[in-house]
Structure formats: C-alpha cells, structure tokens
Design a protein around this ligand. Structure first.
Ligand SMILES: [Zn+2]
Length: 676
C-alpha cells in the first residue's frame, strides 16, 4: 500500500513536470515540444491519478487550471507593492519634456539606456508567488488595493502556476506585474456570439477583458483564452544580489522563470532610438493580433531608477508615450437599415467620410435598436467614431451639445425595407427580423438551408449555384427550384448537360423527403430539426399546424413559447401561405406521421432553464440538445425547474434559482449529463 502511493506520487510528479514543460514551450516560447494528442493523453493520465488519489492534488497541478465553482464575490486585498500608474506623453515634444525633467534632477548622468515596450491595451494584474507557487492574482484596482481574482488568473495559460526557480532557490516571494488581454481574434468571436444571442456587445477588447476577469465563474474565464505579457519583476534584494541590475535583465529573467514577455521590446542606447521605436510601431502595431495604445519607456538602470524615485503619483524614471487615438468626430447623414441573410435588420450609420487609422470611414454599424436607444443617435448628430486594428468602425458616443434642433429619434421600421412585409422582434431579443421566406435579401440563405443535408438534402446545389440562380433572377423562392429544367441549368455559366441532369434528378428526389424535413427546411426561426420532428408528431399535416392556435403549439412537450410564437407567426404571413401552396402543388410531403426514434432519453421528466451566454453552444443549440434527450426547456425559473444552465452575464434568473436552491449547471456539466 505504502509503495503504491509512493509510485503514484512519483508518476504524478513526473506528469506535472512534463506537462509544465510542454505548456511553457507552447504558450510562452511558441514552439511546441510535443503533439497536442500526446499532451492530452498525459493530461488525462494525470487527471485519472488525481481522481483516484485526491490526496495528491496540489494547487499548482496543471489540472487545476480548468476553473472552480463560482465565487459569490471577490474580496478586496491590499497590494504587497503598490501599482503606480505612469505619466502620459502624447507626442515626441512631451517625451522630450520628460527627458529634460529627469536629466535636470541628475545633472551628472550622461549616457543612459532606455527600454521600450509596447503598451498593451488590456488590464494590469499583480501576481504573487511564494516558494515558486502562484498564491494570489489581483486586479490593479486603485493601485493600492485590488480584487483577489486568483481563481480566474489560474485559467490563463501563459501565467505559470509554478515558476522555474533554478538560481533563485532561496527566494521566498516573487511579485510579477503584467498585462492580461484578449487577442483580437478571440474578441471578435466573443462579440459575434453575443450578437447572435442578441446580447450587448463589448465596446473593445479591454472592456471584454475586464468583463471576463470579473466573472464569478472561473469555468467561463477558462473558455475565454485570455493571454498575458509580464513586464515587471519584484524580488526583495533583486539588484543587491546581482540577480538583475536593469529592466532589460529583469525581462530576460521573467522569461526564464516561465513568463511570456512581449518580444517587441527594444533596448535603446540613445534618446533618438526611442523616438524611432515610437514612430516605427505607430503603424506597425496595426499588424499585431492584440491592441496597443502606446509605448512604455523606462530608464534601464535600477540604480538610476532608485535615485530618481517617485512623484506623488508616478515614477520619474518611466513614461507612457501614447499614440494618437483612432477616434474622430464626424456627422451622421443618414441611418440606413440593411437586411442580412438571416433576415436580421441591421441599422447602419452613414457618415461624412473621415480618416481613421489610415482608412476612410463612412459607415459604422449600430448593431440593433437597443444600441441605438442606448446611444440616442439621430440623423444630423455629430458623433465620435472609432476604428482600431481590424475592428469594424463603431460609434462610441454622441456629442449631444452639437445636436441640431429638429432631430427625431430613430425608429426601427415596422416593415422590411426590401420586401415590405411586417418585421418581427421577439421578446427578449435585441434583433429585429424579416420573417418572409420570399424576401429577396434572405432568399439565398433560405435556399441554402432548404437544400442542406438535414433538410431536403439536395446534393450538388452549392452556395455558388444558389447565388447564381438568385442573382440571375431564375429563382425567386424555394418553390421555383421545382420548375427548373435541364435547359435552364445549361444556360448558367459552366454547367454541363451531365451536371444539369443530376441536379434535376436530385431536386425531384427531394419530393420524397418526409414532412418533418420539409418543415425544418422552411427555415422557421427556432424550429430546428428536433423541434420540427416534435411538431410534425403532433401535427401530422401542414393544415393542422397552420390552423393551430399558439397555445396548442406551446402545449407540446419540449416546445417553448419562443418556438410556438415563431411558428404561429410564420404561418400567418400571406407570402408563406402561398409558398406552401406552391410546394404542395410541386409534390412535396406535407403529411405524415413521425415517431421519435431517439434512444437517448436521459433527461426525461426534467425541466431546464437556460440563462446567459454559454461558451460554445448557442441558446437554440443548448435547447435542442436538452430536448433531443427528452428534457423540457422553459423560459422562467420556478419551483418546478430542475436545472438552471448558467452562462456568462446571467441575470435575475440566476438570483431566483439561487433563492430556490435549484441546481446550476455549466455548459460542460450539461454536456456531461447527456454524455456528449
Ligand atoms: Zn424582407
């Protein structure tokens, strides 16, 4: 027994060391030493051993990055060493003024070295390591106190949980400061998920980072892929012991003990080199995959830094040289509404062209009517627009003091600007949509959905062909597909007789697809393939479904109010009724019983409520998943609710569920529950 435990301990040690080395190579050095699959296998072995022997789990184990149970609130803690802010300089003249000031104070100093580092537009973190192990991570806060967010900090892959302390064996405490940030790619993903879910967008990566860091559920933070660059190292007696005498050496040491240090740093021998670095990165930084807003210039020598000391607010030996903001005022000349492929109506500000970040900007997205209401933007307003990196231009704020007298608030049209059918904005959603299946703007999307594999499964009907058919005016609705002949196809570009034959036959075959697939193919919002099966089970013909009251539809087990409303509305649009008549005439199946064949009914009898944004699943997908497994999804939390599936930015539903003592599930736990 004794020896078994010893063996386990040895293997656990070995695995941790391997995984730590691999992580360091991957996240810090950007040069992987083992394949992902190998890493996963080792990781799972460690996880397995730790599950079987919980006594060997330590907080610095690589398995402890995945996040813990949600904290109820963060505690405020005092920083061991305060985090000073830096004095700002906005151009080279102001940089010169800084140079003159510190030189006046130390007249005997002649040549000095400067360290230039890019100023990352993220959130500063203070990290404390004791005996090489991460014990605390805090936000900057007011510089004297910050919030303890250790659980969240642990999930950031480029922050080591254990330091490589070779050469520093006697050091008890290490303090590290750096910047955590969201790579632009990840930021864009998060915002597009939020847009799809009808949630408010993050204004910029910095806000998204701050929002993520303050998540109480670190499991969500773990999904967000925050990154980190270290830039300050405090070790008591750092320079006395000749461990590092300069900022440059400290940066090297940071990298050696396990941190990611921004590779674009530069050691400048002259003041002229500093100015050159600043000018070089003014344009070059637009190619980086993270946001920067300036350059931090520090005097390299720690001895000189000590000599100069601090003012009441800032260190005298450093300055933040900012880049001109990529913001500019301009006037809104019109607010147009664009109809996208999903039928979403997106308001766009059309503005007097303005130069921003090297490009001319004349349009900016206003996202949705909530965002417009929030900004209170009107035609004729002068606004501040912002464009940074590759992010689409957006309106930051309205200069209301410059507003002309006769402006009116913007009102979202009640009818689609393309097809003139009434538009729909569902309860709890920010997006307004055109739901007319024949609308020209959404026709392409509708046809692509109709021919897709889970719907009518018409092979050979790719995106390019669909676009060609619509653009040439050959097809005006999915029903027109059934009038297409070989000759019509042959008239299209690059279409041979063989292909035309195949397509006509594939289209004809789709007439045999069952009623449930036809219903799904109609692309009614919220009616996914599982819901389509549930609906056709209860309504074995299209007439029965079209005549159903909303309450009849909602009464079906597994169908929520959202789906019922959407289906009901769809069948009451005249154009949609015409479409069905034409498809019926073409020979499509609108009658037929379906029996659910799912053998996976793990959630039968359980009621779920979903709240907030889930890390990977969209709301509809999570819902469909629960329903597929026999569970029921409702809109509001009550005593009858069995589980609350919680995502990011959960609101009042979470509070209510907590007060009722309802079990909460993360997305990962939900997936586990259904065995996916
Ligand atoms: Zn329309």
């Amino acid at each position: 027994m004794e020896s078994l435990t010893l063996k386990v301990k040895q293997r656990v040690q070995e695995l941790r060391q391997l995984l730590q080395q691999a992580s360091y190579a991957y996240y810090v050095l950007d040069s992987p030493i083992i394949e992902d699959a190998v890493y996963d296998r080792l990781y799972r072995e460690l996880q397995q051993l730790e599950t079987e022997h919980p006594e060997v789990v330590t907080p610095d184990s690589p398995t402890q990055r995945v996040g813990e149970k949600p904290a109820t609130q963060f505690t405020t803690v005092r920083h061991n060493i305060p985090l000073y802010s830096l004095e700002n300089a906005f151009d080279v003249d102001e940089l010169q003024a800084w140079e003159r000031r510190w030189r006046r104070q130390t007249p005997n100093i002649d040549a000095v070295e400067y360290v230039c580092e890019l100023k990352i537009d993220g959130n500063a973190l203070a990290l404390t390591y004791e005996n090489g192990v991460l014990v605390r991570g805090t936000t900057r806060g007011d510089g004297v106190t910050g919030e303890d967010i250790t659980q969240n900090v642990r999930t950031i892959r480029s922050i080591p949980l254990r330091l490589n302390m070779s050469g520093l064996e006697n050091v008890e405490r290490v303090e590290v400061r750096g910047e955590t940030f969201l790579p632009l790619e990840v930021f864009k993903q998060i915002n597009s998920q939020r847009l799809a879910a009808g949630e408010q967008l993050f204004a910029n990566p910095r806000n998204a980072t701050a929002g993520t860091l303050r998540q109480l559920d670190s499991r969500i933070v773990a999904q967000r892929q925050l990154d980190f660059f270290a830039y300050t190292l405090h070790i008591p007696g750092l320079d006395d012991a000749s461990i590092a005498n300069t900022q440059w050496e400290a940066l090297e040491l940071l990298q050696n003990i396990g941190f990611r240090v921004n590779p674009n740093k530069h050691l400048c021998a002259t003041y002229a080199e500093v100015a050159e670095y600043y000018q070089h990165w003014d344009t070059e930084r637009l190619n980086l995959d993270y946001m920067t807003d300036g350059v931090v210039v520090k005097l390299n020598s720690f001895k000189l830094q000590e000599q100069l000391g601090f003012t009441q607010k800032f260190p005298r030996w450093a300055v933040a040289l900012k880049y001109a903001a990529e913001e500019a005022p301009t006037r809104v000349e019109n607010i147009a509404v664009n109809v996208g492929r999903t039928g979403a109506l997106t308001p766009l500000a059309e503005m007097r062209p303005v130069q921003l970040a090297g490009t001319t900007v004349s349009r900016a997205t206003l996202h949705n009517s909530d965002r417009i209401a929030q900004l209170d933007i009107r035609i004729g307003d002068t606004v501040i627009v912002r464009k940074a990196g590759e992010i689409i231009p957006e309106v930051l704020r309205v200069l209301k003091e410059l507003r002309p007298d006769d402006t009116k608030p913007f009102v979202m049209p009640t009818h689609c600007p393309v097809c003139n059918q009434p538009v729909v904005r569902e309860m709890g959603e920010a997006v307004t949509r055109c739901v007319n299946a024949s609308c020209a703007a959404i026709l392409k999307g509708a046809i692509e959905h109709w021919v897709s594999r889970d719907a009518l499964d018409i092979r050979g009907m790719g995106e390019k062909l669909v676009h060609q058919l619509v653009d040439k005016g050959v097809v005006h609705s999915v029903a027109d597909l059934y009038d297409l002949t070989e000759d019509k196809f042959c008239e299209l570009e690059r279409m041979g007789k063989k292909s035309a034959e195949k397509l006509v036959s594939a289209i004809a075959c789709s007439k045999n697809q069952p009623w449930s697939r036809v219903l799904y193919g109609l692309g009614i919002r919220h009616v996914g393939s599982v819901n389509a099966q549930l609906l056709t089970e209860k309504f074995p013909s299209v007439e029965k479904l079209a005549q159903a009251r909303q309450s009849d539809i909602e009464g079906i087990y597994g169908i929520g109010a959202e789906i019922a409303q959407s289906a009901y509305q769809w069948f009451h649009i005249a154009a949609n009724q015409t479409l069905i008549e034409r498809l019926q005439a073409a020979g499509l199946q609108f009658v037929g019983e379906v029996t659910l064949t799912s053998d996976n009914q793990k959630l039968v009898g359980k009621t779920f409520v979903i709240t907030g944004t889930l890390p990977t699943l969209k709301r509809d997908e999570a819902k469909a998943l629960i329903q597929k497994n026999g569970g029921k999804v409702t809109e509001s939390v009550s005593k009858k609710t069995d589980y609350l599936v919680v995502g990011e930015d959960a609101g009042s539903k979470l509070e209510k569920a907590e007060s009722l003592g309802i079990t909460q599930l993360s997305e990962a736990q939900l997936l586990e529950l259904v065995g996916e």
